[in-house]
Design a binder for this molecule. Structure first.
Ligand SMILES: Nc1nc2c(ncn2[C@@H]2O[C@H](COP(=O)(O)OP(=O)(O)OP(=O)(O)O)[C@@H](O)[C@H]2O)c(=O)[nH]1
Ligand SMILES: [Mg+2]
Length: 181
């Protein structure tokens, strides 16, 4: 039933995308940059923002939810009907990579996120000390993920690097699913 509903919405070319990650990973900056909005003076998100982005004829409704520790218990309020989960990682935050892995692992066990695809944005890749793709892949144990279709994309919300490529994957993946059902 859920699969049918999801397919119906995909046929309408409308998608629900949930963007999560630890605080300060760069979620809000990514959303604003994608829409060419001013990215200066962004403060931590205490609730959520919704941004609608049109990409290749698809309408992506992106839910950007605050990632501070005290706010993470509210993440579950946004799970329903999610087509794609975008997990944003701060590639310079080696100290919290374990924390990051634990939070992601918890999400992937959520029943309501079972059908969602997973895009990992390795953000802040413009900074020289940023971790490599492999470091993040290993740190987050991405190769053990068998429950969700996933990919990792190195990006920068400041320069805009690979943000479009990330969206392209989200849409291509949705199209593929339309074929599969
Ligand atoms: N150098 C660099 N800085 C970035 C990048 N993305 C975000 N930042 C900076 O990181 C800080 C946090 O960015 P936010 O977009 O507020 O992070 P967030 O994930 O929305 O944080 P919460 O709302 O608290 O969950 C800001 O000072 C941004 O300017 C990036 O790609 N490169
Ligand atoms: Mg934010």
């Amino acid at each position: 039933m859920l699969a049918i509903l999801r397919k119906a919405r995909l046929k309408d070319k409308e998608m629900r995308v949930l963007m999560l990650g630890l605080d300060s990973a760069g979620k809000t900056t990514i959303c604003k940059k994608m829409l060419n909005e001013d990215i200066t003076g962004i403060s931590p998100t205490l609730g959520f923002n919704i941004k609608t982005i049109e990409y290749e004829g698809y309408k992506l409704n992106i839910w950007d939810v605050g990632g501070q520790k005290t706010l993470r218990t509210y993440w579950r309020n946004y799970f329903e009907k999610t087509d794609t989960l975008i997990w944003v990682v701060d590639a310079t935050d080696k100290d919290r990579l374990d924390d990051c892995r634990t939070e992601l692992k918890g999400l992937l066990q959520e029943e309501r996120l079972m059908g969602a695809s997973l895009l990992i944005f390795k953000n802040k890749s413009d900074i020289e000390s940023a971790m490599s793709d492999d470091e993040v892949r290993e740190g987050l144990q991405l190769d053990f993920i068998k429950t969700h279709h996933w990919t990792i994309v190195a990006c920068s919300a400041i320069t805009g690097m690979n943000l479009q490529e990330g969206l392209a994957w989200v849409v291509a993946d949705a199209k593929e699913r339309l074929f599969l059902y």
